[in-house]
Design a protein around this ligand. Structure first.
Ligand SMILES: NC(=O)c1ccc[n+]([C@@H]2O[C@H](COP(=O)([O-])OP(=O)(O)OC[C@H]3O[C@@H](n4cnc5c(N)ncnc54)[C@H](O)[C@@H]3O)[C@@H](O)[C@H]2O)c1
Length: 422
């Protein structure tokens, strides 16, 4: 049976992954963005951000995948339209829904169309949009759970697909798109689907802040977080994922979605106390590295610190809310000279005053300390004789517990991890 053609608003991480994956599954897909350079790049086969395998997938499906600025081209054949536009935070912490509202306006009154919300929105947004949509346009919430760096795999083999609808007709239509997926399909109301997305992200952020606090206490009382996390994670009720301490979460999702949920609760009359702590812990965690550096180096003026890894996680060049930004600013405020290295990020406006080195070794030359901020595989061999040779002082602060402390110390470095026994 012919697969229905699809229209996608937004050529960012979610939009291009969604478009390329559905094209690969046999749909004709038109992806529309409002940024001409993005559309031009995609048309010439270049994906303007780093996502493993995506350029190849776009290339392989070029006959079924079109990128455009033109609204009419987007609307020419499709009846199903995905909103994959951004929903960035406002200064208040609430979601800026202007891009979503512009999608509603752009869609207009297309007879028999379904608007599918993949953008992450506060609970109640679907209800508000439905009130504005003409009767003949349906609305479905189909939140996206992909993780940058493994977006294609997550899209094609998700843990579940959530379809929240106001009526069966439009819900069935969207559920049918996922009929070939070997995964549970969760049919819900629109409000529940919206809440599933926010609650999932808030829960994962909570696990991260929780294990970071356990790591901090372990450090103070002589326990070792690697042993603690393993012993906890083997309990099936707990599980092993998201039990790795570090310098705090970043990225385009948790830092905005946790406040979205907290503010949403607040405006509904409920004080979500736990999430306040989750956010506070995360902010403090980014700064703990400074204390570890001072423990070894004393005051930081005149000291050079190499930040290794800038992106908020490996396999992406996404710098949105990356902990490296806060850490670099904190170190500079303390008077340190900050150098940095990242295999994909070669500059960023929020890294003012940070010298980005052309190679890992260059970033470490005459440095008083190396701080692992992102667990890039390239850093696994950091504790080498060559590195020890070029550093002024062989100190490694491992903000991701990437290295084996014993091996690092045996190689002649001082070592500080997060929550690891001395
Ligand atoms: N990035 C992720 O890992 C991820 C995962 C799950 C969910 N989400 C959610 O998905 C949404 C999109 O995230 P993203 O990371 O892909 O964002 P992004 O910023 O990378 O991409 C959004 C794109 O939408 C475009 N856009 C804005 N208004 C438009 C309009 N009216 N018509 C067409 N295009 C328009 C922007 O120019 C931009 O290219 C957000 O709500 C985010 O919270 C993101």
């Amino acid at each position: 049976m012919a697969k229905p053609p699809l229209g996608i608003f937004g050529a960012g991480w979610v939009g291009v992954v969604t478009g390329a994956c559905f094209a690969d599954l046999g749909h004709q897909v038109v992806v529309r963005d409002v940024v001409p350079e993005k559309v031009e790049a995609l048309r010439s086969g270049m994906v303007p951000f780093h996502e493993p395998g995506l350029a190849e997938l776009v290339e392989r499906n070029q006959e079924r995948l079109t990128f455009t600025l033109d609204l009419e081209e987007l609307k020419a054949d499709a009846k199903i339209f995905f909103s994959c536009v951004d929903t960035p935070p406002l200064p208040s912490g609430e979601a800026n829904l202007n891009p979503v509202w512009s999608v509603v306006e752009d869609l207009g009154s297309m007879d028999g169309a379904t608007l599918v919300m993949k953008s992450t929105v506060p609970v109640g947004t679907g209800e508000r949009i439905r009130a504005e949509l003409p009767d003949r346009v349906g609305y479905v919430s189909n939140p996206e759970f992909l993780s940058e760096g493994r977006g294609i795999e997550d899209f094609m083999r998700p843990d579940r697909v959530v379809v929240g609808s106001f009526d069966d007709e439009h819900g069935d239509r969207i559920a049918a798109l996922y009929a070939g997926f070997d995964t549970p399909l969760v049919r819900t109301s629109v409000a529940s689907a919206e809440m599933i997305k926010l609650a999932s992200n808030a829960f994962l952020a909570t696990r991260i802040s929780f294990i970071n606090e356990i790591a901090n206490v372990s450090e103070a009382v002589g326990a070792d977080i690697d042993e603690v996390a393993r012993g906890m994670g083997l309990d099936k009720r707990i599980g092993t994922s998201y039990l790795r301490p570090g310098v705090g979460y970043g990225g385009s999702c948790y830092p905005k979605d946790v406040p979205f949920l907290k503010l949403l609760a607040g405006s509904s009359g409920y004080h979500f106390q736990l999430l306040t702590a989750v956010m506070e812990v995360n902010e403090l965690q980014k700064r703990r590295v400074v204390g570890k550096l001072k423990k070894h180096l004393g005051d930081l003026p005149g000291k050079t610190v190499a930040l290794l890894g800038l992106a908020f996680k490996p396999n992406t060049n996404d710098m949105r809310e990356a902990p490296s930004i806060v850490l670099a600013a904190r170190l500079r405020a303390e008077g340190a000279e900050v150098r940095a290295w990242d295999p994909l990020v070669t500059g960023h406006p929020e890294l003012d005053g940070v010298v980005i080195a052309p190679s890992l070794l260059d970033s470490l030359r005459d440095a008083d300390a190396a701080v692992i901020v992102t667990e890039w595989p390239e850093l696994e061999g950091l504790a080498s004789a060559e590195v020890r040779e070029v550093m002024r002082r062989p100190l490694i602060v491992d903000g991701r517990n990437l290295l084996d402390p014993k091996a690092v110390r045996a190689a002649g470095f001082d070592y500080e991890g997060i929550g690891r026994a001395q």
